[in-house]
Design a protein. Structure first.
Length: 244
């Protein structure tokens, strides 16, 4: 058997478990409110050492991809010029224990759902009830993948999310569902990055309803989101399927 990012893989490339092993997946995006199949436990809690950001292309078309969240290693993020220059120590989400008899099936499902840009990692997960940490599998879109966008102007990013739509639905719905799901996990589980983008999006839509039109999206001007960030080069926009 091979091992990738600390995950033991079987001959098909999927996580391998023995009868005594437990298979846990950590969700920090849409998995919070749209769980994987065949789970028998759902546990709210957090991971540390990361920052959640809407820096991954998705939920649009190849010409105009939307944005979804990924996790950035905190040490890497700290060296970037991010307009949202603070982030909580805890990245809240939910961990799901998958029934042992369905691990291979769920792994294949997640491979499809998280395809194109996201890779498998392992990280300790800390349950909100104070019980022992759990070793969880997590899909992360690292800065090396072609869909990674890097820091963007928050108003331009909110406008991009507001207008993007693709096979997975409206990008705005993903943002607002994530805000709602995080707020429901715990009194302290909100994410200022997500909340600020949600507030900007609601303001854009309010102004559009009041007759300001598309010009309301970014300070009265047409919006352009540059795929460049301070420490790395730019990347091309591409389409993918469903994300965490």
């Amino acid at each position: 058997m091979a091992e990738t990012n600390g995950v033991v893989l079987d001959a098909t490339g999927h996580p391998s478990t023995s009868p005594n092993d437990e298979f846990w997946i950590f969700g920090y995006g849409s998995l919070i409110w749209k769980p994987p199949p065949h789970y028998d436990r759902r546990v709210p809690g957090w991971v540390t050492g990361y920052v959640r950001r809407f820096w991954q292309d998705h939920r649009g078309t190849p010409a105009a991809p939307g944005r979804v969240v990924t996790l950035i290693e905190r040490s890497f993020w700290a060296a970037l010029a991010d307009a949202h220059d603070s982030a909580p120590d805890k990245v809240w989400g939910t961990a799901y224990r998958i029934e042992a008899t369905h691990v291979a099936e769920v792994s294949r499902y997640l491979d499809i759902r998280e395809i194109n840009g996201y890779t498998i990692h392992h990280t300790p997960f800390y349950p909100a009830d104070g019980s022992a940490p759990i070793r969880t599998l997590v899909y992360i879109g690292t800065p090396e993948n072609d869909q990674f966008c890097g820091p963007q102007d928050p108003q331009a990013l909110a406008a991009h999310i507001q207008r993007s739509e693709g096979p997975s639905g409206l990008n705005r719905d993903y943002l607002l569902e994530l805000e709602k799901a995080l707020d429901e996990l715990s009194p302290e589980s909100g994410d200022a990055h997500v909340t600020d983008l949600s507030n900007r999006l609601r303001d854009i839509e309010r102004r559009i309803r009041n007759g300001a039109g598309a010009e309301a999206r970014v300070n009265g001007h047409a919006e352009h989101v540059a795929h460049e960030f301070a420490r790395e080069g730019s990347v091309d926009e591409q389409e993918e399927t469903e994300k965490i």
